[in-house]
Write a protein that binds this ligand. Structure first.
Ligand code: PRP
Ligand code: URA
Ligand code: MG
Length: 257
């Protein structure tokens, strides 16, 4: 049996340390016992749809909080407030997703898109609620991509996109999909964005479960992509499913098993 936490040192698996050396823009959530308990619940085949949604929401929330915690300082504004003890406290606040500037020459308002989410439908939609709960004003676009189960390497196919108009100006785009298996869906989503004029520096791929094969394929194509993941599993089986994995995330979340 593959053990999830063999050779752990300070919450980091030895295998993760090597991956982080290989891919400098890869961030892996530190593995606490609490995080491991959430993964255990979600991955258990006896967990029903209702519980799956509940634990998925918890894991996504924790992953998104981690993502926000590693954003560079220029995503935050310095903010001073008065505490109930009437003492000033200097802290910060996350920049708004959209900022409005008054154009002094013709007195019109220009808007700037700072943060934006995009979910890879279907399973990526499970991360939208978590993103909105942390950043209520964030625009969320959608890219519908499905793996073709009849092709041997589960080729990803694009069906539909609906994105914010000014997507190319976004300071950072959170591209969300809970599963990174062969990497085909992630690569196709990024290709679609790049075709529209988005740069790789503008994208952070946020993911719950990755595997070495998927990371290798994505990083071979986009070495500068920022990936934030909760867990890197052992690898793929002959059907391109992640092991130990979770099964089909979309089917389990939406109850279409
Ligand atoms: C799943 C998952 C990813 C993709 C990952 O989607 O949500 O999008 O597979 O696999 P890959 O890295 O090999 O491309 P799926 O096609 O099953 O659609 P679903 O979200 O509707 O379940
Ligand atoms: N998509 C899933 O939902 N699960 C896998 O293991 C691989 C792709
Ligand atoms: Mg699926």
């Amino acid at each position: 049996m593959w053990s999830s936490n063999t050779n752990m040192n300070g919450g980091i698996k030895d295998s993760d340390k090597l991956l982080k050396l290989k891919y400098p823009t890869l961030s892996i959530q530190s593995l606490s016992n609490y995080l491991l308990a959430l993964h255990t619940k979600l991955r258990d085949q006896s967990t029903n749809t209702q519980e799956f949604v509940k634990y998925s929401n918890k894991l996504v929330h924790s992953l998104l909080e981690y993502t926000l915690s590693i954003l560079p300082a220029d995503y935050y504004d310095i903010k001073t407030i008065q505490t109930p003890c009437n003492v000033p406290f200097q802290g910060c606040s996350l920049i708004s997703s959209i900022s409005y500037n008054n154009n002094n020459t013709d007195n019109t308002m220009n808007s700037q898109l700072n943060l934006c989410g995009i979910s890879i439908v279907r399973a990526g939609e499970s991360m939208e609620f978590g993103l909105r709960s942390l950043i209520p004003d964030i625009p969320i676009g959608k890219i519908l991509i499905q793996r073709d189960e009849f092709t041997q390497n589960k080729q990803a196919k694009l069906f539909y996109t609906k994105l914010p108009m000014n997507i190319t100006q976004a300071k950072q785009i959170f591209l969300m999909d809970p599963m990174l298996a062969t990497g085909g869906s992630c690569i196709l989503a990024i290709k679609t964005l790049i075709k529209l004029g988005v740069t790789i520096q503008q994208i952070t791929f946020i993911n719950l479960i990755a595997c070495p094969e998927g990371l290798q394929r994505v990083y071979a194509k986009y070495p500068q992509l920022k990936i934030v993941t909760s867990f890197v599993d052992q690898g793929l089986n002959e059907h391109c499913y992640i092991l130990p994995g979770i099964g089909d995330y979309g089917d389990r979340y939406f109850g279409t098993v």
